[in-house]
Ligand binder design. Structure first.
Ligand code: 2P0
Length: 350
């Protein structure tokens, strides 16, 4: 008897770094955000997740996931929600066409690999869930649009919905209770602003102390400043950021990025008890950006920090000399930097 066929699909998904930050959920089960956010997708040459999904009627047991070579728990509610939705879409195709193989009934084996530290504030869950959802969607030949897959990836990890697109991506928080309007869309492709670059400074590759999921719920529950951020600060930043991207206005892009990062970390500090993601090396990166901009006499660099100490510095290619040069000088010459910070090569946007 012929061996049972193994069905297979592989995909990669990129990391995205928000310039207007997602922080806070209005529905923790569906991962519905309290505010919209906007991110820039980094090149997969530097940071990406590669996921292969297979299924076969010869497989026995439950679905499984291998992450960076080690077995990983797949029974969590978020992963289960993604797989359930993808299976039910496949099931609908099979119900409509009896000739299709019954992939939805077969156990899934997922093998996933990051080329960067997991859970170190480098958006590994974003690339991870985006790759998982797209690999299974491809395996099941769903032909769904990225914005529809973003609804599924969002349930894995909020920021994952943005990693299904390249370039400049908005996640609209939406207002519906079912979350069907809480989805990502591309604001502009990378080719719209090809000079944009991101320098990722890995200050620490250790796992972060407070997970985003629990940190943001503590902020929602205890920070008064957070209400102001959601009601007034983020809507203003979203409008200004979309206008800055449309006009390729780097000074405005940079100002909004830095202010939004500061606002997010201020809300973390206003959480009770306070959450501190940035450390002394992060603060030295802020001062370095200020010094670079002062020396240039205009804004040529912008910092942003997620739920960890690592810095992402945005700049335009034409200014890579003063920006990257300054940071490499710091990395080489300063105690603390030399030991703690390891830079990824600067990344283009894809
Ligand atoms: C962002 N972060 O917009 C913000 C900025 C961290 C700071 O999205 O609970 O891992 O899985 O929905 O997506 C990190 O939060 O949280 C995040 P869950 P997620 O990129």
């Amino acid at each position: 008897m012929a061996a049972e066929k193994i069905y297979r699909a592989s995909t990669t998904a990129p990391v995205n770094i928000a310039v207007v930050k997602y922080w806070g959920k209005r529905d923790a089960k569906l991962n519905l955000a309290t505010n919209s956010s906007l991110s820039v997708t980094l090149s997969q040459d530097d940071l990406r997740t590669l996921t292969t999904a297979t299924c076969s009627s010869s497989y026995t047991g439950d679905d499984s996931l291998t992450l960076n070579g080690a077995p990983s728990d797949i029974t969590g509610a978020r992963t289960q929600a993604c797989l359930r939705e993808l299976r039910s879409l496949r099931q609908a195709l099979e119900d409509a066409d009896a000739a299709l193989p019954k992939l939805s009934a077969m156990p899934l084996r997922l093998v996933s690999e990051n080329n960067f530290p997991t859970a170190a504030g480098l958006a590994s869950s974003a690339a991870g869930f985006a790759a998982l959802v797209r690999a299974v969607a491809d395996l099941y030949e769903l032909r769904s649009l990225p914005t529809d897959l973003s609804l599924i990836a969002r349930q894995g990890s909020g920021s994952a919905c943005r990693s299904l697109f390249g370039g400049y991506v908005a996640w609209r928080h939406g207002t519906q209770a079912d979350g069907l309007d809480s989805r990502a869309e591309q604001v502009a492709p990378a080719s719209h602003w090809p000079q944009m670059r991101a320098l990722v400074l890995v200050v620490s590759a250790a796992k972060k102390g407070v997970s985003s999921t629990s940190g943001m719920q503590q902020t929602v529950g205890t920070s008064d400043l957070f209400g102001e951020r959601v009601a007034r600060v983020v809507p203003k930043h979203m409008d200004a950021m979309e206008a800055a991207v449309a006009a390729r206005d780097f000074a405005s892009f940079a100002e909004v990025s830095m202010k939004d990062s500061n606002s997010f970390h201020a809300c973390c500090a206003d959480t009770y008890p306070p959450i501190y993601y940035m450390n002394d090396v992060s603060r030295a990166a802020v001062r370095a950006v200020e010094a670079i901009n002062e020396a240039a006499g205009k804004t040529i660099a912008a910092y942003t920090f997620d739920a960890g100490p690592n810095a992402v510095i945005y700049y335009l290619e034409e200014n890579s000399g003063p920006v990257v040069g300054t940071f490499y000088g710091l990395l080489r010459g300063t105690e603390g930097w030399k030991d703690e910070a390891k830079s990824y090569s600067s990344s283009s946007i894809q």
